[in-house]
Design a protein around this ligand. Structure first.
Ligand SMILES: [Zn+2]
Length: 358
């Protein structure tokens, strides 16, 4: 397989079948075919990441809506809703200093949203998310079971996410069906989505189409100049890493072909993390040396490690049944490649690509 043909990121046929439709939706708005492909891939991974939370008839409408949203937010220089979205994952997450104003707005919105929840949900969230009380302890103090407390927390978070977004909108939903639909999406309650025809509503209601994205797509990302750090945990993160890595490398003036090569190498090592280590992170940085410019990618995980490194980086070796290029592929694509691994401790891959000047 040549470097110009990114390997398939997906195994789920029903999601992959959406690709041509999405390509049409996106190509109508974007002309750069690399960007179209990035958006298609990203839409697909987002849909895949959320498919278990969506009932089947909601899948295609949600995919179309996601593609539109992604295209729009890419066009907007300020991706405000995205930055809000990552705050929804973890109320304690630190934010960058320059985001102080945003943080104030966010904490006010969180406080207001919390205030709209039933008393019991408020108490559970505050105890668990802010005070760090674990579910077992909460269960004892409530004469309940850890499972029931976890379920209550999950419902409360789903509700909090909806109320938080409504608070930021500073407006009531346009229809009576909006809030229940958003709640069903936020909670991943597929039966409720079916009962409400959430898919139909998403296509009809621009308001819910916009708000559903941060509700269903809850990833975190933070950017520093000349550097991107992407937590890797799910398939969706693989595409995010690839896209953000490619965008950063573009700042160093790489050619389109080189950018594809870099993006492919990044997605290969990111997929490696998802498949073998469950979680890790990828750090992409612009580097300079002796008047040449390049990009360095560091992928770290705390997974099981690789016992036989020599074998793992040999051509033809693939730990996952021939899918993708794996580590040997990444090594071939980049100029420098270094891997260290310790069994039961984790693996670090460091690779660099230098710009070729014509
Ligand atoms: Zn609506």
């Amino acid at each position: 397989m040549s470097a110009g043909q990114p390997t398939s990121e997906f195994q789920h046929d029903d999601v992959v079948e959406l690709a041509p439709l999405l390509r049409r939706v996106i190509a109508a708005r974007v002309h750069d075919r690399h960007v179209v492909e990035d958006l298609v891939q990203e839409t697909l991974t987002r849909v895949m990441a959320t498919r278990r939370r969506l009932e089947p008839r909601t899948l295609a409408p949600y995919a179309v809506v996601t593609a539109r949203n992604l295209t729009r937010s890419l066009a907007a220089s300020e991706q405000r809703s995205k930055r809000h979205a990552h705050r929804l994952i973890d109320l304690r997450e630190p934010v960058l200093p320059e985001e102080a104003a945003l943080r104030r707005e966010e904490s006010q919105a969180i406080a207001a949203a919390l205030g709209r929840l039933p008393q019991q949900d408020q108490e559970a969230l505050v105890a668990h998310e802010l005070e760090g009380t674990d579910t077992a302890t909460l269960a004892v103090s409530r004469n309940s079971s850890p499972g029931a407390v976890a379920a209550q927390l999950s419902r409360a978070r789903a509700r909090l996410r909806v109320e938080y977004l409504l608070e930021l909108e500073q407006a009531e939903p346009p229809t009576a069906r909006c809030r229940p639909v958003l709640l069903a999406l936020s909670a991943g309650d597929r039966r409720r989505q079916r009962d409400l025809d959430a898919g139909g509503h998403l296509l009809d209601c621009a308001w819910c189409a916009r708000l559903s994205e941060p509700l269903l797509d809850r990833r975190r990302s933070a950017a520093v100049a000349g550097e991107v750090r992407i937590p890797i945990q799910a398939d969706a993160d693989v595409v995010t890493a690839r896209k953000q890595g490619r965008e950063l490398a573009a700042q160093a003036g790489f050619s389109a072909t080189e950018l594809t090569i870099i993006a492919t190498a990044i997605s290969e090592i990111a997929r490696n993390i998802v498949m073998f280590a469950n979680r890790g992170e990828i750090l992409v940085s612009l580097v300079g040396e002796n008047r040449r410019q390049g990009v360095t990618v560091v992928a770290r995980d705390s997974g099981p490690g690789i016992p036989d490194l020599d074998r793992a980086v040999q051509d033809g070796y693939s730990g996952y049944g021939g899918m993708g290029l794996g580590l040997p592929g990444s090594r071939r694509l980049m100029d420098e490649f270094e891997i260290t691994s310790e069994v039961d401790k984790g693996t670090t891959v460091t690779m660099t690509k230098w710009r070729r000047d014509a």
